[in-house]
Design a protein around this ligand. Structure first.
Ligand code: GLC
Length: 413
């Protein structure tokens, strides 16, 4: 491929490994742990200063319902998501998998390897599998002192590397490794290069995020959809309300429309969108999250092809719509419907045809150097929550608003 000729062998390998991920575009994040039992955000242990001995008692009540992960995986697939990333250990230190390094893990607490159940459920729905693993640990005795005490650092690095080895060895092919919060060490202290070389030896096709303090395969903008710089892959991770873990009274839910708008922005700018659920202690998904993802999925059923595998899109400017592109096709995602007429300013490419995706109905238009003007559109949005106008263009469409401002003929004064 000529566009790859300037890339190094390592970069070419990265592009190859990440092809499925780009095509996938949309994934489900799952934050689940002992904190779910308290229901006041996944940071509750630190935020409320709960002592380890008191927090550990939660294990007595952690008894998830059978096969909870199947519901997550089905919900994800129906929402148009193509992969999942589950917390194997969050900052609280409790592990959902079988670890020889600690008894603070689900198999010893409730007799189940919840990571194994999750992996099986994801695969059954044809979804790719990712593991989130927090480096920071509020439970492990060396979790803080490792910064000042070299013996503690060595032990803790052995602990974390050992767990990462277990995760990469015991669950078959793993698609994504998603580290989090490297406090209190730097890459050198974590021996991140060595850790990730081990990961790649065990899982040659895996993709790794940037939170072990080395850039690896992709960046992780959190709670926003800003694209990374050129040459960097990126995935925006986002909560559906304001918490990652289950929070009983957090009612700051995004609308399905807002979730879709974020997804569209990611797809437009070459990124992925990892949208979170925070299951209840028994593993069931909060009703509101089910409602939101179901609505998202209904839209994705009809419009998924405007999202999955979208190309970078140079058309971005509209006050009530957004855009994605596939080859010469421009998808205008109108989240606030304009009514019977609409103008797209600054398009520098000739439009050959226009139609409403919802109905297939052709749309009349005329084009000059400054705008494409559409007329005879339905007064009401043909589709909720976002209607898509599909434009076939002569070339990959570009937009130049500067051209409009500078060159549009002014009045006579
Ligand atoms: C943060 C938070 C955390 C959450 C994560 C997701 O770093 O500490 O609770 O898991 O972001 O990106």
């Amino acid at each position: 491929m000529s566009e790859h000729s300037a890339l190094s062998a390592a970069e070419q390998d990265r592009e190859r490994r990440m092809a499925w991920w780009h095509e996938a575009t949309f994934g489900m994040f799952i934050h689940w742990g002992l904190y779910s039992l308290i229901g006041r955000h996944e940071w509750v242990m630190e935020m409320e200063g709960i002592p380890v001995a008191e927090y550990e008692k939660l294990t007595a009540r952690f008894r998830p319902k059978p096969n909870a992960a199947r519901d997550w995986a089905q919900l994800a697939r129906r929402a148009g998501m193509k992969y999942m990333v589950m917390t194997t250990k969050h900052h609280e230190g409790f592990c959902h998998f079988d670890s020889q390094y600690t008894d603070y893990c689900a198999p010893r607490v409730c007799g189940r390897d919840l990571v194994a159940e999750y992996v099986e459920a994801a695969r059954a729905e044809g979804l790719r599998v990712g593991f989130y693993h927090s480096l920071m640990d509020w439970h492990h005795p060396d979790g803080a002192r490792c910064a000042e005490d070299e013996e503690a650092r060595k032990r803790f690095v052995q602990y974390i590397h050992g767990q990462v080895r277990e995760l990469c060895s015991n669950y078959g092919t793993l698609d994504i490794l998603w580290y989090d919060v490297p406090w209190p060490l730097e890459a050198e202290g974590w021996e991140s290069e060595r850790m990730n070389a081990m990961v790649r030896e065990l899982q040659p096709e895996i993709i790794i995020n940037n939170r072990s303090r080395v850039p690896e395969d992709f960046d992780t903008p959190e709670q926003h959809t800003t694209a990374s710089g050129a040459g960097r892959h990126w995935e925006s991770c986002m909560t559906m309300n304001d918490s990652w873990g289950y929070h009983i009274t957090d009612d700051a839910w995004k609308s399905p429309k807002q979730c879709l708008r974020n997804l569209i922005t990611c797809a437009r700018d070459g990124g992925n969108y990892l949208l979170n659920i925070g299951p209840k202690p028994d593993g069931s998904v909060p009703e509101e999250s089910v409602r939101i993802l179901t609505a998202v999925g209904e839209w994705m059923d009809r419009n998924g092809e405007t999202i999955h595998g979208a190309d970078l899109c140079a058309v971005k400017r509209c006050r009530f719509g957004n855009f994605t592109r596939r080859g010469n096709t421009l998808y205008c995602h109108l989240h606030f419907w304009p009514g019977s007429e609409w103008g797209l300013g600054g398009l520098r490419t000739r439009v050959l045809s226009a139609r409403l995706r919802a109905t297939g109905q052709p749309v009349a238009f005329d084009q000059n150097d400054f705008r494409v003007r559409f007329s005879g559109l339905p007064a009401d949005p043909p589709e909720e929550p976002i209607s898509v106008l599909e434009l076939e263009c002569e070339e990959p469409p570009t937009q130049d608003m500067e051209h409009v401002r500078r060159n549009m003929p002014r009045g006579s004064g």
